[in-house]
Design a protein around this ligand. Structure first.
Ligand code: ZN
Length: 106
């Protein structure tokens, strides 16, 4: 069965030619798990057994959220998230990045 990203509104699938990597919820780090739950708009009382089956694709993380990989490695499928990474809305992330750009004016 093909995994699909569980981020709201995202339909990326974990298929062979997918440019995205897929990442499971952090279940052992309670504080980080809560941040992921909030980021995905999941009810805070949702059972861990259900949460640990969810996954989020790499579209919801910035490049800084990943550990660096060796050049020449099949990077997208081997990408490893830093332990502090929290998914964000890609478009929100782009908007925030743009606001931080000193060339951006209101
Ligand atoms: Zn996604």
């Amino acid at each position: 069965m093909v995994r699909t990203c569980d981020y709201p509104g995202c339909s990326n699938k974990d298929v062979a030619d997918s440019p995205q990597s897929f990442h499971r919820f952090p279940v052992t780090d309670v504080a980080l798990r809560k941040l992921w739950v909030l980021a995905l708009g999941i009810h805070v009382d949702t059972k861990v057994e259900k949460i640990k089956k969810l996954c989020v694709c790499s579209a919801h993380f910035s490049d800084d959220d990943f550990l660096s990989t060796c050049p020449g490695q099949r990077q997208m499928k081997k990408r490893i998230l830093k332990k502090s990474a929290v998914p964000v809305d890609y478009y929100l992330y782009m908007w925030i990045s743009r606001c931080k750009d000193p060339r951006f004016t209101w």
